[in-house]
Every structure is written in C-alpha cells, then in structure tokens.
Design a protein around this ligand. Structure first.
Ligand SMILES: [Zn+2]
Length: 372
C-alpha cells in the first residue's frame, strides 16, 4: 500500500499532451463571418463580445473537447477530417463529421453542426450563455483539479488513517489505488500548496476547492478524481458522507474502459466499483447515485447495440435502490438495451458484499441469476 503514484492520472489526465501536440496546428478559423452565427445568442438581442468568443474557441480545440467527452474518431476522411458516431443522437453507424482544422462538426444523421460552443449547447442541453460558462469553467478548472488530485494522492501515503479507512472498505491493492487515482484530503493544506503553484485564491474558490471563508473545502475525505470534478468521501461520521465540487458529476465512471465489453455492470458508488474491479470485474462502471444524468444514459445506449447492462444497485432496506434499478432497466429496454437486475442479499451493496466475505465466484453467480 502507499505506492500510489500520482503521475499517471487515469480520469483527470485528459489534458492529453498527445492531443495538444496533435492539434497544435488546428488553427482557429473565424466561423460564419459572412452568415449568421449558429448560436442562439445571435438570434437574440444580447451582444456577445466576438473577440472573447474567438479566444475561448482558440483555447478549446473542438477535437480535444470531443475526445474529453468520450468521442472517438472511427475513420479518417480526406483533408484531415474524421467520422465517428454522433454524440448528440443515438447513432449506430458513424455520421458525425469533424474537421479539426476548421474546428467544426456536422452530423449527417441529426443534421446539426457548428463549433465547440454550439456543440456544448447541444451536448449539455443548455442555452448559449450557459454553454459559454461551462466551457470557461472547463478550460479553467481542468489543470487545477488535476493538480489538486495529484496533491491528494501524495497525501494518501502520509496519512495512515486514510489507508486504514480504504482497507476497511475493501480497497487493498496499490494497483487499484493507482487505477482510481485515489487520494486523501487532510484539510488545511491544499490552499497553501496551490497558491504556491501560482493559482489565485479566486480560481480555487470558483472551482469549489476552497470555501468563501478561505478554508479547504475537503477535510478528512478520501478523494476520487472524476471527469471535471472530485468526489470526496468523509472519514468522519459527523460530516456529510458524500460530496462533489460544484458542477456536473460528469459521465459514467471509467466508461472508456467499460464500454469495450458486451456486458457492463453498473453500480451506484465508487466503493462498489472499487471492490468489483479488485475482484477482477473490469467491465464495471459507476453512475455516482441511482439517478443517471442524460449523458450517462446516452453512454449506456450508444456504441454497442448488443450491450447488456447488469444493474447492481444497493439492496437497501427501504427498497429505493431496487426501485431505481427497476425504473432504469425499463428505460434502457425502451431504448433497446437489454438490462438485468442483480439481486444482492438484503441490506447489501456490492461493496459490503465483498467486504463481508463475498468473492468473485459468488458475485458471478448473482450475475447469472440476474432477472431480465
Ligand atoms: Zn447526430
């Protein structure tokens, strides 16, 4: 234990230096200078500073943004353009065209197209102003969160109480800690570290890492980097157990890996994910709660048309996990995705199942017995 190297971020590490090199030549071109902008704002009365928009777009190459949101080019076309599945509609054969040099996209399936701002509008289903805010936040928060996660990973090695907590939750192997980039927030030291690195207090507050009173937001929490966020699980019973920084919880956890499998296990919590991964189930993903956001739902449905989803939500006493799983399985079936409900022993979630002595063989049996 304690060999958690903070240098190979799995999820947050979407800074993608390879992308940066690859897209270094992706010059921004002024879009639609002779015709109407494809944004809703242009149709409204609000005047948006054109130069600021161009700057934002230059700083966020469309291709980089798409790839950071799980888009994969399927095949190359002429003039450096790419085709892939459309992330905006349920696409089964690639109809989404991306031109990295012009920073533009167009979908032959749903007929929508534009630049990175238009994409953010459609993808997050928000209005123009909100799309701008999301993009600005994404641009600013990414390196900051990455740095915070690195710092927390180092702290984990220095705080035996955090390691003891992880052991108690079934997180044992250094490989797992490294895979999930698990860290620890002792509290009272992140602000100093990040300001020393040159980040402004304002940026830290904006990202939610530091409270308005100037204190570290996460104290005595085990921290898991997500895409564009950090999840913090409290070690102390007196604080709220689960916390996220302001903003979206992002897509499905570790989806890039899980989506390759024809059968995917969906769990509620990151500790459920952790024990399953440790038990050898790498076709697992996590929705961070029983409610899936539109993006998570889309991820489960797109790509492989033959994917089966095993829902392994908590079998908690009040039945809320089971109920949520039933709702979700129905909505997956309506979209043509076979879903199966895994029935855990009463009062258990996958985490407590393994911590309580369950093994991979037994969990496998639960999968086989899962109802359709
Ligand atoms: Zn489309």
């Amino acid at each position: 234990m304690g060999a958690a190297s903070p240098v190979q971020p799995v999820l947050l590490g979407e800074d993608g230096s390879h992308r940066r090199v690859f897209f270094a030549r992706a010059h921004h071109r002024c879009l639609g200078s002779e015709r109407a902008l494809p944004y809703s704002a242009d149709r409204g009365k609000k005047s948006v500073n054109r130069q600021a928009l161009d700057e934002l777009k230059q700083q966020i190459p469309l291709m980089g943004y798409l790839q950071a949101h799980d888009w994969h080019p399927a095949r190359p076309l002429s003039r450096g353009r790419w085709m892939g599945l459309c992330p905006l509609h349920a696409d089964h054969k690639p109809s989404f065209l991306v031109d990295p040099h012009k920073d533009l996209f167009y979908c032959y399936g749903c007929g929508r197209g534009g630049d990175v701002i238009r994409f953010a509008e459609l993808y997050h289903q928000v209005k123009f102003e909100q799309a701008l805010a999301l993009l600005r936040q994404w641009r600013g928060a990414e390196p900051l969160l990455h740095e915070a996660a690195r710092f927390y990973a180092i702290q984990l090695e220095r705080h035996p109480e955090a390691v003891a907590y992880l052991l108690q939750r079934g997180v044992r192997s250094p490989e797992l800690i490294e895979h999930m980039q698990i860290g620890y927030a002792p509290g009272g030291c992140l602000r100093g570290w990040l300001t020393q690195l040159g980040y402004s207090l304002e940026a830290l507050c904006q990202a939610g890492l530091v409270t308005s009173a100037g204190y570290d937001a996460y104290v005595h929490r085990v921290v898991f980097p997500l895409e564009g966020n950090l999840y913090g699980r409290s070690l102390s019973a007196s604080a709220p157990a689960h916390r996220l920084l302001p903003g979206s919880k992002g897509g499905l956890y570790s989806w890039e890996q899980a989506q390759r499998y024809p059968e995917v296990i969906l769990v509620e919590g990151l500790f459920d994910y952790a024990v399953l991964w440790e038990a050898g189930f790498h076709n697992v993903t996590c929705s961070l709660g029983t409610h899936l956001n539109p993006r998570q739902l889309r991820q489960l449905c797109e790509g492989s048309p033959t994917r089966t989803v095993y829902l392994a939500f908590d079998a908690d006493g009040n039945g809320s996990g089971r109920q949520a799983a039933q709702c979700l399985s129905q909505s997956l079936r309506e979209r043509g995705i076979p879903a199966r409900l895994v029935s855990l022993p009463d009062g258990h979630d996958p985490s407590s199942f393994f911590v309580g002595g369950g093994n991979a063989h037994e969990f496998h049996r639960l999968l086989e017995e899962a109802s359709r």
